[in-house]
Design a protein. Structure first.
Length: 56
């Protein structure tokens, strides 16, 4: 199941930097996960300093 980034996102870019398949891109006010690319590895969730990422 792909990850989801909540509105708690502070746009720091940590999640994007940790994603091994580059599935996270800067969106409008928060980062977003490309569900087609996400491999559900959890690296982004572990790398988020504000716990804004979870399973959808």
């Amino acid at each position: 199941m792909p990850r989801f980034i909540s509105d708690e996102c502070v746009m720091c870019g940590a999640c994007s930097a940790t994603c091994p398949v580059e599935a996270i891109k800067e969106g409008d006010g928060k980062y977003v996960v490309d569900k087609e690319t996400c491999i559900d590895c959890g690296a982004c969730e572990a790398g988020c300093p504000v716990s804004a990422i979870s399973e959808e």
